[in-house]
Design a protein around this ligand. Sequence first.
Ligand code: PGA
Length: 262
Amino acid sequence: MRPVIIAANWKMNTTPGDAGALARTIAERTREPGVVRVICPPYVCLAAVRDALEQEDVAVGAQNVHHELAGAYTGEVSASMLAGLATWVILGHSERRRDAGESDALIGRKLGRALASGLRPILCVGEQLAEREAGRAARVVADQLAGCLAGHDPAALMAAGLVIAYEPVWAIGTGRNASGADAAAMTDDIRATLRAGGWGSLADGVPVLYGGSATAANIGEFLAQPGIDGALVGGASLKADEMAGIVARAAVTAAARAAAAG
Ligand code: PGA
């Protein structure tokens, strides 16, 4: 039985002064059984969020990590610096692919660093609008997966708790979400790609999240799909009301899965 996961990606929002209060409010309003909750604030807010969540069963994640542990990398943050601050990390977000030029190969190195450092990775993949319209979405995502996962041992990635987030780029921050059916088709394709890429039946155990304008109003469309295991939430994750609605719906799916598993 795969877990149901709701991860908040706060992106470049909040400050060390206000992040802790927001994290605590969200935690208090999302205490639902069976849902894995993760909050990923900016680096400089990690300590405040960690402290605010001390009594809560909510994990803290970083939004990125450098592939090296230390050295002449101005402005970067390494996995060793995140020790004690974060236990999860988002890798390969499309905004970093776009703004920081992150390649699949580089993201693959970051993945290796996350594994070596005990950070649980959320690996983001997703196609551009033109790629979807050209019928190439599944190919693009399969290539991203192949590039990011090359050289990594499936069993080690499973042991590290790898999570994949399918985030169609055209749906991120646009208010235009994918349909549940399209997202489910892609999660099937993602697991098929893994299966064919040497994962075999391990592919069935990898949680795959949807991301892209997910809200309390549309989350049910995704969580009704058996292949979708939760969401990576951006804009809506800054609003406690939205998070309360999203996690409440996620708890329904978690309960149904637990009942089905006996
Ligand atoms: P969004 O962002 O929910 O604001 O579309 C999702 C993400 O980028 O992870």
